[in-house]
Design a protein around this ligand. Structure first.
Ligand SMILES: *Cc1c(COP(=O)(O)O)cnc(C)c1O
Length: 192
């Protein structure tokens, strides 16, 4: 089980104590913000692993591939094409989780449930390493059924990686099989 410390909005001063305590896996949700603070921190600690957990625009694919070790938000064919091209050009394979719109919410990112089988076929055909499935359950409702559904979908598709669980529900996510949890507030305090 991997704990991803979500450091979005927090500066290097806030991040350094976690590095000193031994934390090595961090998550950011914006390419530009991560570019600003991580190169210097990583120069001092080359064993740090950086995960992109937020939505990614296709025109940022090259920058994302250059900076991140894992991407959790692969959710549509246009982004798949852009990432495959960027990885090819960079000669770097970045494992990706496919983000699933687990609550089928209209405004939310993530691959629609109905499109998932075909999209996973497309990812496999692209050669991008498929790390597993990721979800953000609907807000203000019990997360457990959504985590259980994501675990079932992963198992149905022969995938073992499950990126699920945040500060409010990571214990539930772990009980339901999360292989990585993305925790921000519970580690850093509230975002200003
Ligand atoms: C911000 C964020 C988290 C962390 O949320 P907390 O509630 O602060 O733990 C996890 N996943 C994603 C995709 C996020 O954007």
């Amino acid at each position: 089980m991997t704990l991803i410390a979500v450091s979005k909005t927090h500066d290097a001063e806030a991040i350094r104590p976690l590095i000193d305590a031994g934390q090595r896996v961090f998550g950011e949700n914006r390419v530009q913000e991560a570019q600003g603070k991580w190169p210097a921190l990583r120069a001092a600690h080359p064993d740090i692993e950086l995960h992109l957990i937020g939505q990614l625009q296709s025109n940022k694919a090259e920058e994302a591939v250059a900076l991140f070790d894992v991407i959790h938000s692969l959710d549509r064919p246009s982004l798949l094409t852009a990432l495959a091209k960027a990885m090819d050009k960079a000669g770097k394979a970045v494992p990706c989780f496919v983000q699933v719109n687990i609550g089928d919410e209209p405004q939310k990112g993530g691959c629609p449930l109905a499109d998932l089988p075909a999209f996973l076929d497309g990812v496999r055909a692209s050669g991008i390493p498929l790390a597993g499935l990721m979800c953000i359950p609907p807000a203000d409702t019990e997360a457990a059924p959504f985590f259980a559904l994501l675990a079932k979908l992963a198992s149905d598709h022969g995938l073992t990686g499950l990126s699920m669980g945040m500060s409010g529900d990571y214990e539930t996510a772990v009980m339901l099989g999360a292989t990585c949890v993305r925790v921000g507030t519970a580690l850093f305090g509230h975002r200003g």
